[in-house]
Design a protein around this ligand. Structure first.
Ligand code: NAI
Length: 434
């Protein structure tokens, strides 16, 4: 229990700007605003002390203030060293919430920030809920502060990579709390991962490089949800897009969507732009770097920086590295220049502003519902990984229809009986894949 630091951000003077953008974001986040209206008065999160570790952006600020409005006490850190939006962090700090996040911190500071969120206020009360993105906070609690586990009711996890870690823990018997996998709500992974990246990937490459994308050859490694959105983003910008996959189903999907499916060895010689979206390691490595064209752009949109073998690059060619601007570096490999964005860390949050508010409203409505469920009904759950029930997934989608002017057809009784559902839903079986 370290001494109390109320907050640490880059510059508290940015708070007014952050507040103005938070107000605009609220207008694009109908799901979170509806949950405030529904649950704000009854404060169902009263008594909860939620430690959150998730990219400290404007959209996350709206999530944080939703949790507070529902009665929670909240502390926050960012789950990536480059993903904090300093004006968002400043606004949250100015609102009296303990946030420890700034863009461009080092690894040591990153761990320090997460550590600060474990204990609340002057009296250093420990957290009793975890809200995580990628599993670094969860790992710190389980592996470094196991004495805190017994006071915690549960955890919710945002992303594919973090969820993967939770299922591994469940298999190994080291999952010590009930966990809700927010990622696999349909209204999360089929929206944020896909449509979010469709907007934010090209945004990041443009902000980083100002490169003409039309006519370039791009390769996307991995054709999962993030890969699908990323490939479409690049195609929309006029790139010819190659895809690499290890899974024949996703490879076939990519081919049927009109992309050329190739190996990374082939793509390495052809592509001008490399994007990794696999959640796996060493997708772009030594021999690929050596085969690349001059001025190739290399970036990653998966959760961790090990998708690109940055360790190899820095060990062998680190001496040639020169910074063009923050998060944009040039390396020289055997006479050819390679541009690496965000040091191989997730590019849309490192170089651009992450996903737009509207799609994050879907993700964060799921997060809020997961926290509500675990805080109020943790006795119903074992130390396993759960997903939210389908009626809540459908509810999250329903909360976002109005905003895009979508009008829903109403199922008639006779029709409902014919397809074997009720008129209120759920409308699909658990097997349906969307
Ligand atoms: P996913 O599991 O749907 O897709 C990953 C795909 O990569 C799979 O189809 C898999 O077969 C493929 N893959 C695995 N190894 C490969 C290899 N060696 N070569 C080619 N393909 C390979 O996962 P999802 O949801 O698309 O997430 C991917 C990553 O992106 C995760 O780390 C996740 O946490 C992260 N993520 C990042 C976001 C962002 O805003 N930057 C948003 C959401 C998720």
């Amino acid at each position: 229990t370290s001494t109390y630091v109320p907050y640490k951000v880059k510059d508290i003077a940015l708070a007014d700007w952050g507040r103005k953008e938070i107000r605009l974001a609220e207008a694009e986040m109908p799901g979170l605003m509806a949950l405030r209206k529904e649950f704000g008065p009854s404060k169902p999160l009263a008594g909860s002390r939620i430690a959150g570790c998730l990219h400290m952006t404007i959209q996350t600020a709206v999530l944080i203030e939703t949790l507070v409005e529902l009665g929670a006490e909240v502390t926050w850190s960012s789950c990536n060293i480059f993903s904090t939006q300093d004006h968002a962090a400043a606004a949250i700090a100015a609102a009296g919430i303990s946030v420890y996040a700034w863009k461009g911190m080092n690894e040591e500071e990153f761990n320090w920030c997460i550590e600060q969120t474990l204990f609340f206020g002057e009296d250093r009360k420990p957290l009793n809920m975890i809200l995580d993105d990628g599993g670094d906070l969860t790992n710190m609690v389980f592996d470094v502060y196991p004495e805190l586990i017994s006071g915690i009711k549960g955890l919710s996890e945002e992303t594919t990579t973090g969820v993967h870690r939770l299922y591994e823990r469940m298999k190994n018997g080291t999952l010590h709390l009930p966990a809700i996998n927010v990622n696999d709500s349909v209204t999360k992974s089929k929206f944020d991962n896909k449509y979010g990246c469709r907007e934010s990937l090209v945004d990041a490459i443009r902000r980083g490089t100002d490169l003409m994308l039309a006519g370039k050859v791009a390769v996307v490694a991995g054709y999962g949800d993030v890969g699908k959105g990323s490939a479409e983003s690049l195609r929309g910008a006029g790139c010819r897009v190659l895809v690499t996959e290890i899974d024949p189903i996703c490879a076939l999907q990519a081919a049927m969507d009109g992309y050329e499916v190739v190996t990374m060895d082939e793509a390495a010689t052809r592509a001008n732009i490399f994007v990794t979206a696999t959640g796996n390691i060493n997708i772009v490595k030594d021999r690929h770097f050596k085969a690349m064209k001059d001025k190739a752009v290399v970036c990653n949109i998966g959760h961790f920086d090990n998708e690109i073998d940055m360790a190899w690059l820095n060990k062998n060619y680190g001496s040639t590295k020169s910074q063009i601007k923050p998060q944009v570096d040039l390396y020289e490999i055997d006479g050819k220049e390679i541009i690496v964005l965000a040091e191989g860390r997730l590019v849309n949050l490192g170089v651009a502003m992450g996903h737009p508010s509207f799609v994050m409203s879907c993700s964060f409505s799921n997060q809020t519902l997961a926290q509500l469920e675990l805080w109020n009904h943790s006795d119903k759950y074992e130390n396993k990984v759960y997903i939210l029930p389908k009626h809540l997934d459908e509810k999250v989608a329903a909360l976002h229809l109005d905003h895009v002017g979508a009008k829903l057809e109403k199922l008639e009784q006779e029709q409902a009986e014919y397809i074997g559902v009720t008129v209120e839903g759920p409308f699909k079986s658990e097997l349906y894949r969307y």
